[in-house]
Design a protein around this ligand. Structure first.
Ligand SMILES: Nc1ncnc2c1ncn2[C@@H]1O[C@H](COP(=O)(O)OP(=O)(O)OP(=O)(O)O)[C@@H](O)[C@H]1O
Length: 508
């Protein structure tokens, strides 16, 4: 047995994050871990990697009981971890990152850069994970950075690799490459633990999947013979509806008008290149695209974070040029940013505070210049219940919530504001299937209440589930919008650079 966890229990104030968890991983196995937001997956992996210590229970590696007081001990026992947020040093080269901490020195005690570079090149080639050892890590796409993390674990001779939601930041192609890399990793008897909210990824990659619900293992299944529906039901503990039902859109007057928008990067190159679009009341425009094709600066410009744009952006006929972020939001714009840690939440603030982050100085949360804590708390209780945020209390700091629950707090806050335009970017990243269904239904409700909604997503399924019209961004340019229904293949082809004519013909 490569790994055995026996009776692992971990308590945080107000929650039992892991409750007598038993888990085994065999040599050569990819073991999946599935569970709702806050079920305890990351906590369990952090214990296994020595970042947290368990309150109770035992860890056995190759049949031997081990005790980890830090990641150093876990690494020494042959355990590696690819983090959701990379732990690489961006200004170092690939070889420097991989050998960091286990450098080999020349006879004179100096770092031998050439040898490090050669060793990494050899390792990359022999393990079938090619990457340029001399490239600077910060300049690599995320898929390659992840590969560097895997090589780093290999270089330390990891026998068990933990991958905590590794595909959340990858394009579909990069995710396929990652799966190949993981398969290669386990082919010679190594093992991996894979965490993802995407059921189809478990079905594509893992040999066995263990399901955690509220800290406890509730079952282990063979994902190849279980349907997505069965896995979802097991995870949530009740039948889950995996489809969004919605009436056709009834678009009204234009709310957002973008005209010949150009946003430039620091080198003056246009990253949004002459984009024009109109979004009306009562419709959802989905913007599909592989990340890095200009969706982020487009959203930033529309939501007041990119004041130096060229062209025009009008809200209800009024130009947004020259307005501050706060003025744009107060003009009736809601924004769920793609990076919840940087732009969505203040980690040290409580959930209640985060839910009124930019509204604390207006009624009903403030009256005559003083905060009304009663109203703020009552509001927080309702939102937490409505969006099923799993937390011991509304006073818990946002930073201690699980990733998916943090996302629900941001979404809850933006959805409850009085708005004419709602702009959401990657709204369900890191969110479990049950909550995706809830967030999607609420987006449709916003639309039906008369908001104009823009959804930016790199998840094709999400785009097609929500869109009344679809536009695709590729290299800064906007293709479409196209009326739905449109075939998934056609959208996928345009995301990969095909012209609309070609895509609509081939993807029909
Ligand atoms: N450092 C911490 N302090 C307090 N509570 C914590 C801490 N880390 C995790 N928790 C709590 O433990 C529980 C399990 O969280 P964990 O992050 O393990 O869930 P998860 O299954 O990984 O969720 P997600 O799918 O959203 O990433 C949650 O209730 C969370 O709020």
């Amino acid at each position: 047995m490569r790994l055995e966890l026996r009776g692992i229990t971990k308590r945080f104030p107000g929650v039992v994050a892991n409750d007598s968890v038993d888990l085994t991983v065999e040599p050569g196995e990819v073991h999946g871990l599935l569970g709702e937001n806050g079920a305890g997956k990351s906590t369990l992996m952090n214990i296994l990697y020595g970042l947290y210590s368990a309150d109770e229970g035992e860890i056995l590696v190759e049949g031997e009981p081990v005790r980890f007081d830090g990641p150093g001990d876990a690494i020494a026992a042959g355990i590696g971890m690819v983090h959701q947020h990379f732990m690489l040093v961006p200004v170092f080269t690939v070889a420097e990152n991989i050998t960091l901490g286990v450098e080999r020195t020349s006879g004179l005690g100096r770092l031998d850069r050439g040898a490090a570079s050669r060793a990494v090149r050899e390792l990359a080639e022999s393990s079938g994970l090619p990457v340029d050892p001399d490239a600077v890590v910060g300049s690599l796409p995320v898929g390659l950075q992840q590969r560097v993390e895997i090589l780093k674990a290999l270089y330390r001779d990891a026998r068990l690799l933990i991958l905590d939601e590794p595909t959340a930041v990858l394009t579909p192609q990069e995710a396929d490459d990652l799966f190949d890399a993981v398969r290669r990793f386990v082919a010679d008897g190594r093992s991996a633990i894979f965490i993802s909210h995407k059921l189809r990824e478990h079905r594509a990659l893992v040999d066995r999947v263990s399901v955690l619900r509220r800290g406890r293992i509730v079952g282990t299944a063979d994902p190849r013979t279980s349907s997505e529906q069965e896995l979802a039901d097991l995870m949530v503990g009740r039948p889950v509806d995996l489809t969004v039902s919605r009436a056709p859109a009834a678009p009204g007057e234009p709310v957002l008008e973008v005209e010949h928008l150009v946003v430039r990067d620091l080198l003056d190159a246009p990253v949004v290149d002459d984009v024009s679009l109109t979004v009306r009341r009562g419709e959802i425009l989905a913007v599909a695209g592989v990340e890095g094709n200009g969706q982020t600066p487009l959203v930033r410009a529309i939501t007041g974070l990119e004041p130096g744009f060229e062209g025009d952006i009008r809200l209800g006929g009024r130009s947004m040029a020259g307005l501050t972020r706060k003025e744009v939001l107060r003009a009736g714009v809601g924004h769920v940013p793609e990076d919840r840690n940087r732009e969505g939440l203040v980690a040290g603030f409580s959930i209640a505070e985060n839910l009124v982050l930019d509204l604390w100085d207006v009624a009903p949360f403030a009256r005559r210049g003083a905060l009304d804590f009663g109203v703020i708390e009552e509001h927080a209780r309702r939102q937490v219940e409505d969006f099923d945020v799993r937390t011991p209390s509304i006073h818990t700091s946002a930073g201690s919530l699980s990733g998916g629950n943090q996302q629900k707090v941001v979404v809850a806050r933006e959805f409850q504001r009085e708005i004419d335009l709602l702009v959401v970017a990657q709204p369900t990243r890191g969110v479990d299937v049950g909550s995706i269904e809830h967030i999607h239904a609420r987006l449709v409700t916003k639309r039906d209440e008369g908001a104009a909604v823009v959804v930016v997503s790199s998840e094709l399924d999400e785009v097609l589930a929500l869109a009344d019209r679809v536009a695709i961004m590729f290299r800064g340019r906007l293709l479409g919008p196209f009326e739905t229904p449109i075939s998934k293949d056609a959208v996928g082809l345009m995301m990969a650079g095909a012209s609309p004519d070609e895509a609509l013909q081939k993807g029909a």
